[in-house]
Each structure stands twice: as C-alpha cells, then as structure tokens.
Design a protein around this ligand. Structure first.
Ligand SMILES: C[S@@+](CC[C@H](N)C(=O)[O-])C[C@H]1O[C@@H](n2cnc3c(N)ncnc32)[C@H](O)[C@@H]1O
Length: 191
C-alpha cells in the first residue's frame, strides 16, 4: 500500500512535467492497446477515442483506483507474456522496475503485431562515465529498496532495441528529479 501512496505523490510532481510530451505522443496509440503497469491510470486522459485498452497492473491498491472506461480490460497481475495480439503497446515509468526487463520486452515484442507501435516514456541511465551515472550506480541499492525495485541506472533504450524493436523517434530530456532525471520518450515499431 505504501508504494501506491508513493506513486500518487510522485505523479503529482511528475505528471505536470511530462504532460505536454504525453499530449504529443500518446494520441499515436490506436486499435488494441496493451498498457503495462498503468499505475492508477494517469495516462487515460491522453488516449485518443476508440482504442480498445487492456492493462496489466499487479499492485491491487493502484489497480482499483484506475478510472476504467467502458470496454477496458484490466488484469490485476504482472504482465509476463500472457497471450494476446496488440496494435500498440504503452509503457510509462515501468521498465525501470521490471526484475527481468529483457524477458518482459521480448514478451511484449511477441505480443505486438508486425507494424505495430510501442510508445515509451521512461527514466534512464545517465551516460556512462558521467558523475550522475556514478551516483546512480552507487546509490542503486538504497534507491531500489525505497522506490519499489526501480533501477535509476538502467539502459532502457538499449534493452528496447535488443528486444527487436526499431526505434523510429526518440527524444532525450532531463527533469529535475535527482537520480531519475534523464528521461526518454519515443516510438518504436516491430518490423
Ligand atoms: C513507477 S510505476 C508507473 C505507473 C504509471 N505507468 C505511471 O506512469 O505513473 C510502475 C508500475 O509498474 C507496475 N509493474 C511492475 N512490474 C510490472 C509487470 N511485470 N507488469 C505490469 N506492471 C508492472 C507497478 O505495479 C507500478 O504500478
């Protein structure tokens, strides 16, 4: 339950910082959309009309506060590669805390139809050798313990590419968020 409370606090600060970018990128989702880790449903306000949404949110405290629109399907479980074929996949601030990101990305890749899109917004590792990266590496155990398994030093962009996705567009930017300040937002496709 404490993680659900923490997420609400984090969202209150984080959401205004990314709202303009989400307004630009999330309307590019269409058709059957899989959202991994929707939290308490922060992304619904950005979705275009007419999508068929399926979410996997293992935290039951968060899951039960999602304002589900009619027709949406929510599984209160982690996404681990359950069968399904989607036109689009969305992840915001989730890949940092997956225990086995390569395995989950591989499963997401399998679930996306060829030509489908993967939209992501994630905080990521600072460049190797930078002072921030040294701090991310040093403070990883403490940060991970306090922030629900989050890895501030994860090279998520490389993990997305290694899973087979082709990144078509990406923006790298910084927010005033300490170890979690480097961010990426982008769109990848499955060839
Ligand atoms: C940091 S929160 C981000 C929530 C929301 N996407 C946002 O942008 O505010 C990470 C979320 O991912 C969920 N999560 C972690 N592992 C997951 C998995 N394997 N499948 C689905 N959700 C997962 C957590 O329960 C949590 O709600």
């Amino acid at each position: 339950m404490w993680f659900a409370l923490l997420m609400r606090l984090v969202s209150r600060f984080h959401e205004p910082l990314v709202a303009a970018r989400k307004r630009a990128w999330l309307p590019r989702l269409s058709g059957r959309v899989l959202e991994i880790g929707p939290g308490h449903g922060v992304n619904f306000r950005y979705f275009p009309p007419g999508i068929a949404w399926t979410g996997y949110e293992p935290n039951r405290w968060l899951a039960r506060s999602i304002p589900l629109p009619p027709g949406a399907t929510l599984h209160t479980a982690p996404y681990t590669g359950q069968p399904g074929v989607y036109d689009a996949i969305l992840s915001t601030l989730v890949l940092c805390s997956l225990p086995d990101p390569a395995a989950t990305l591989a499963a997401l890749f399998r679930s996306l139809r060829p030509g489908g899109v993967f939209v992501f917004l994630e905080h990521v590792a600072a460049p190797a050798g930078s002072p921030l990266r040294a701090r991310q590496d040093r403070l990883l155990p403490l940060w991970r313990a306090c922030a629900g398994g989050c890895h501030p030093n994860r090279d998520t962009e490389a993990i997305i590419r290694d899973a087979g996705f082709v990144i078509q567009e990406i923006e790298r930017f910084h927010l005033p968020l300490s170890l979690a300040s480097p961010h990426i937002i982008g769109l990848a496709t499955k060839p």
